[in-house]
Design a protein around this ligand. Sequence first.
Ligand code: MD3
Ligand code: FE
Length: 199
Amino acid sequence: PGLVVRGVQIFPGWLDAEAQRAMVAELRAVVAAAPLFQPETRWGRKMSVRMTSAGRFGWVSDRRGYRYAPCHPSGLPWPPIPASVLAVWDAVTGLDRRPDCCLVNFYGEGTKMGMHQDRDEADFRWPVLSISLGDAARFRIGHLTRGGDTESLWLNSGDVLVMGGAARLVHHGIDRLRPGSSGLLAGGGRINLTLRVVD
Ligand code: MD3
Ligand code: FE
């Protein structure tokens, strides 16, 4: 990794401009098969991020709560994880096991993701890998317990993060976007992919 912040490994500019464009083209097919939706929380509040998934499982949230599900809210199965995305997982993690879920988060202007832990997966020994595409975003890294200070870090298009070991359960979130900082996505915004082993 280029740097490590609180155990999070950062690979700046892992994807060059051409690789980013190729990945976005594959993601357009994912979104065509499994349209982005705005998840609702158990309490009926809409999250500001729009999302969809690829793979055996996708992450969903509605008034029943949040969970991994085998189908999109439409009832159709999630499309396969694009080959270019799996290639990043293979190259960066070196693991024999492939991820079950590629969560696709779309951030428009003003979208935020509050501080949280990712703990819906069965086995925290598997890392989570994130790929950032499009506008830059400020990522905050906290601690294993809620609260305390945070370190912030701008994630740029093409950056890859790996959260493994002790960093797997740190609190984290996205608190601002830098609109217009990338020309990758027509119409602007940011896509974040997170790859997870679910079960
Ligand atoms: C640190 N997504 O989908 S990616 C999420 O940019 C999520 O969309 C953010 O947090 C985004 O759950 C941040 C970086 C990330 C992803 C998973 C992690 C950092 C993490 C899991 C454990 C620790
Ligand atoms: Fe997360």
